[in-house]
Design a protein around this ligand. Structure first.
Ligand SMILES: [Zn+2]
Length: 506
């Protein structure tokens, strides 16, 4: 039985009126951003004047401090056609980044989206960079979307129309497309695992590809057998839902050269995603508590699909290949077992010591397929290890690399849009820990220490020396609790950094 879902997040209702005066627009609400001590400058000063000095008076009374992400709704403000003026704090002006603006806009939108609004005006500040405007637009469009896929009465309602003033049209357009990517990743992560399984995820990929002009190949189990993807097949054997491998391609390198064919030296980026649509742990069964949120074990796959869709929508001048390994890790009668030895597509043999360390076995084959495309750089995203969450906490993604400049570029892109990442070491000594007595390698390290790194060391065996960065998003991909800027659930982590990286810091 198939179920009907909301269409992919529409954000068509986001428009730009660069020169409109916010106080004279007929709307439900006007959102203005306020840095600490900033009522006399920029957009806040303009609204202060329109309201006859209301902001100045409230600031003097200590009611409007501009503290970061603080929302102060001013209802029926004089001089304003809109029903309310929502002032959202940005914190100290010298600490203002694109990431702060993103979260501030998301916080304001989430606040207002708690009930239906037909028109909401956001006032960009003239002092912002184009990137800050983009990220603010993206944040507002992400913040108004909750995780309401299965609720009769949604907790968040998208605004009928979002109007941006004092913002360049192109920046608003780009921010809208970035938000579509983030919201796509969130929606996929939030889908119940009985609805999103390997084939239905592949169907989602096909829909996205059709909409954004990506080329797509979907490998079914027969194709996976022909391609010797024994790792993917082994992990998938315990489920009645067979595994899939999706390859997406985008050739944008010629686009800016008036239809010139792509130059041989054009950047060729590869993205690889772990798509375990549900992870029971297999025969190394997870306890119930640890299994509850394991629908999110496909967050890497969702992020690379969403990033590819956004890169294609933005028509970025790069070439891109994406590999997504889709399996359900279950305990059916044919499930793979401890002590099994799997010959991965590359020929490397893997002894299975724990069926819950399945993501790396799937990625071994996907990385080998993608390696054959000869990209200049590979980035893989995976909710790979609890050990990474132990090391870095729930909000920080772990980076692991065989090429420092490749890793530095990704870290810089993440910093530019305000997503925290931290690099962990890859000393050769860790390789000793994944040696097996009976096969080339085993799928866990000796004991539990350094588990995020031994997992990365396992993956490194399959990238064939191509510059590569592994991103462990086991912490940041899913938020069990709501934050001021987002409802709990899938977060869309790493979508914005990947898009930023593909833009080359432009
Ligand atoms: Zn697992």
């Amino acid at each position: 039985m198939t179920r009907e879902f909301l269409p992919p997040t529409g954000s068509a209702g986001i428009v730009c009126e660069p020169t409109a005066r916010p106080h004279s627009i007929d709307a439900d609400a006007v959102v203005v951003f306020l840095p600490e001590g900033g009522v006399n400058t920029g957009a806040a000063a303009e609204l202060d004047a329109a309201t006859g000095g209301m902001l100045t008076r409230l600031a003097a009374a200590g009611e409007l401090a501009g503290r970061r992400y603080e929302c102060v709704p001013l209802l029926a403000a004089p001089g304003l056609r809109a029903g309310q003026l929502l002032v959202v704090g940005l914190g100290k002006r010298e600490d203002l980044t694109a990431g702060v603006v993103y979260r501030a806009a998301a916080t304001a939108a989430r606040h207002l989206a708690s009930r239906p609004r037909s028109r909401v005006v956001f006032v960009a500040d003239g002092s912002w960079t184009t990137k800050q405007v983009e990220q603010a637009v993206a944040g507002a469009a992400v913040g108004m979307v909750g995780q309401d896929l299965y609720r009769a009465e949604p907790k968040r309602t998208r605004f009928g129309t979002t109007i941006w003033t004092a913002a360049p049209v192109e920046a608003v357009d780009r921010g809208r497309l970035i938000a579509e990517g983030v919201n796509l990743a969130r929606r996929l992560v939030n889908m119940a695992p009985d609805d999103l399984y390997p084939q239905s995820f592949a169907d989602e990929c096909a829909t996205v590809a059709g909409r954004t002009g990506l080329d797509i190949e979907i490998w079914d189990e027969d194709h996976l057998v022909r391609e010797r993807c024994n790792g993917i097949l082994a992990v998938g054997r315990g489920s009645i839902r067979p595994p899939r491998l999706v390859i997406l391609r985008y050739r944008g390198a010629g686009r800016t050269g008036q239809g010139q064919p792509a130059a041989a030296d054009a950047p060729h980026l590869a993205l690889v995603g772990k798509g375990v649509t549900f992870d029971s742990g297999g025969l190394s069964l997870k306890p119930s508590d640890g299994m509850l949120t394991m629908k999110c074990d496909m967050s890497g796959a969702a992020a690379v699909l969403a990033a590819a869709a956004t890169i294609a929508s933005l028509r970025l001048p790069i070439n891109l290949v994406v590999g997504i390994g889709l399996v359900e890790n279950m305990t059916g009668p044919a499930a793979y077992k401890l002590g099994d030895v799997i010959r991965a597509r590359s020929g490397t043999t893997i002894e299975v010591h724990n069926t819950d360390a399945e993501g790396r076995i799937v990625l071994a084959d996907v990385l080998d397929v993608i390696r054959g495309e000869q990209p200049h750089q590979i980035i893989d995203l995976a909710t790979l290890t609890g050990a990474c969450v132990v090391a870095l906490g729930q909000d920080v993604a772990g980076l692991f690399t065989n090429d420092q400049s490749c890793c530095d570029a990704l870290a810089a892109a993440a910093r530019a849009v305000g997503e925290p990442v931290w690099q962990l070491p890859m000393y050769p000594d860790y390789d000793e820990q994944i040696k097996s007595e009976v096969a080339d390698i085993k799928n866990v390290g000796d004991g539990r220490w350094g588990g995020a790194i031994t997992a990365a060391k396992f993956l490194e065996r399959f990238v064939g020396g191509i510059p590569w960065t592994h991103v462990d998003i086991a912490g940041p991909a899913f938020s069990e609790k709501s934050r001021p800027w987002t409802d709990g659930g899938g977060t869309g982590a790493m979508v914005r950094p990947l898009v930023e990286l593909a833009r080359g810091g432009e």
